[in-house]
Design a protein around this ligand. Structure first.
Ligand SMILES: O=C[C@H](O)COP(=O)(O)O
Length: 248
């Protein structure tokens, strides 16, 4: 049985003060959740949020990291720094990183390996553009991303990764993929993981859906055979909406 995860990606929203306010509002509202609850604030809010979620059921993730432990990489944050703070998850390969910061699969692969070495759980995002979907190459695109992003990672370690299927056309657009369309792609991802890492790991790995998830969509999404949770952007910025998603 795979334990569901609902993760909120706050993206570049919330100052430290705003983050404190949101987490204080959220704590009580999600305390009885039946899934793993994760919030991913900006780097500048991580320390305060981590302190405030001590002894609660909320875990904390970062939104990105460098693959090196330290060095002359101005403006970057290392896995060692995240680990020391108490961060548990790290989002890697988000389409916004791929699109605006030109992160390629090679780089994402290095980051995933490094996160695993430092016992951070990567939330690896994959997904197709609208153009790719319309020209019928969704599965090919996802297959390539998985093969390249997971290249050279031993099968046993792949089980620790969380994958988020995020069709790019559904992110921040209000256009949610239908639950059955999302499930179809997620099933395909699971099949690919079975090919890469073996049957058992494919059955075990948790795969989330992301893209305009709201309180009104989550029930149907979670009722699908292969969807193990959600990576939530916009709707994770409001305590009432996010807690309604978490308590689906
Ligand atoms: O990481 C989260 C996703 O990009 C989804 O964002 P969204 O819920 O605002 O569409």
């Amino acid at each position: 049985m795979r334990k569901a995860i609902i993760a909120g990606n706050w993206k570049m929203h919330n100052t430290p003060k705003e983050s404190v306010k949101l987490i204080m509002e959220l704590k009580d509202k999600v305390k009885d959740a039946n899934c793993e609850v994760v919030v991913c604030p900006t780097f500048t809010s991580l320390a305060q949020v981590l302190t405030l979620v001590e002894n609660t059921n909320i875990k904390v993730g970062a939104q990105n990291m460098h693959y090196e432990e330290s060095g002359a990489y101005t403006g970057e944050i290392s896995p060692v720094m995240l680990k020391e703070l108490g961060v548990k998850y790290v989002i890697l390969g988000h389409s916004e990183r791929r699109q605006y910061f030109h992160e390629g699969d090679d780089l994402i692969n290095k980051k995933i390996k490094s996160a695993l070495t430092h016992e951070l759980i990567p939330i690896l995002c994959v997904g197709e553009t609208l153009e790719e979907r319309e020209s019928g190459v969704t599965f090919e695109k996802i297959k390539t991303q998985l093969e390249e992003d997971l290249h050279g990672i031993e099968a046993g370690k792949i089980a620790d990764i969380v994958i988020a299927y995020e069709p790019i056309w559904a992110i921040g657009t209000g256009k949610t993929a239908t639950a059955s369309d999302a499930n179809e792609v997620i099933k395909y991802i699971r099949e690919q993981i079975k090919k890469i890492a073996g049957e058992e790991i494919g059955d075990k790995i948790r795969i989330l859906y992301g893209g305009s998830v709201k309180a009104s969509t989550i029930k149907e999404q979670m009722a699908q055979s292969d969807i193990d949770g959600a990576l939530v952007g916009g709707a994770s910025l409001k305590a009432d909406e996010f807690s309604a998603i978490v308590n689906f």
